[in-house]
Design a binder for this molecule. Structure first.
Ligand SMILES: [Mg+2]
Length: 317
């Protein structure tokens, strides 16, 4: 558990790392690993894609909204305020998932989020990674209390219907991993890091337990094997472990972690965003390569806003 003072640059890294990994993975979102290899060789720099070079997607927008709301109501998560903020920032061009797109459109037209979910939700909730991709600010806002991190990670998932046990656990695992990255010191010991991902309450869903076991024994594996064993789809039990694996294979280097992450293929912007949060929480924003950070989108939904939100959360820590 974090005691004493916390490093402001690591708070910044956790949020701006999301934007950096998101923008790095954006051009190849949905492409298989082999397709990326055939078309690009290896993604190592910020490239234009469906959106312009350095442009962030839904992962970053929702992370920023969650960070702002947590900073505005310290010690608490106001789900109604979060639903409104998600809807206000909603930009359909940013690659939101189908159900979230419908949900945010409904909220925007005045519908209460709970009512909208009743009409739109999948039976049993969504297992997708939509709640995990944006969860980093929860680890910052509750950095002294791992139990609260897990609880609030699950509660923020409810707002977009990601309360299927797999969608919810994806968010909880990613939030705990960001907290542990914030607490860790360099050089990082991957085995000790994995030990610290034991949940405090109920065990992880079996899919996550199996993935964590595989990661522990396979940090030296080839990326092909990780893609095959873990999966890279939008299912939270695929992309959350895939991102964690990429981070832990190169914990000494922000750029190596993120290059590894986005070149796995599949849900690349989200895998990049989650690996970016972990690398940023460990190394801090100053450790990111300048040639990337200079081109990451700025403005009301980009770098400046993320920096401001990170500093507000740091001020509360
Ligand atoms: Mg996205």
């Amino acid at each position: 558990m974090l005691g004493g003072s916390v490093d402001r640059d690591r708070f910044r890294g956790a949020l701006l790392g999301v934007a950096t990994g998101d923008a790095l993975g954006m051009p190849v979102e949905g492409m298989p690993r082999t397709g990326i290899e055939a078309s690009y060789g290896r993604i190592r720099e910020m490239l234009p894609g469906r959106l312009g070079r350095g442009t962030v997607t839904d992962d970053t927008h929702m992370t920023l909204s969650l960070a702002e709301v947590l900073a505005e109501t310290p010690g608490n998560l106001d789900q109604n305020l979060l639903a409104r903020r998600f809807a206000e920032r909603f930009d359909p061009a940013r690659g939101y998932g189908g159900n979230t797109r419908l949900l945010l459109s409904e909220i925007r037209s005045g519908e209460d989020w709970r009512e909208a979910l009743v009409n739109l939700r999948l039976p049993g909730g969504s297992w997708a990674n939509g709640a995990a991709m944006r969860v980093a600010p929860v680890a910052l806002a509750f950095c002294r209390d791992a139990g609260a991190v897990l609880d609030v990670a699950g509660r923020q998932a409810e707002v977009t219907g990601h309360d299927h046990p797999v969608g919810r656990d994806g968010a909880r695992l990613q939030a705990l991993a960001v907290l542990r990255a914030l607490e860790a010191s360099l050089p990082l010991d991957p085995a000790a890091f994995l030990d610290a991902l034991e949940p405090l309450d109920e065990p992880w869903q079996p899919e996550f337990q199996e993935a964590l076991r595989w990661i522990r024994g396979n940090l030296g594996a080839e990326p092909e094997a990780a893609v095959r064993q873990l999966g890279t789809s939008g299912r939270a039990s695929h992309s959350v472990p895939a991102s964690l694996w990429a981070f832990l294979t190169a914990p000494e280097s922000v750029s190596r972690s993120l290059i590894k992450a986005v070149n796995l293929g599949g849900d690349t912007d989200t895998i990049g965003a989650m690996a970016g949060a972990l690398a940023g929480a460990l190394h801090g924003w100053e450790a990111f390569p300048r040639e990337w950070t200079e081109v990451v989108e700025d403005g009301p939904d980009g770098k400046t806003a993320l920096l401001r939100a990170a500093d507000r959360l740091h001020g509360l820590a």
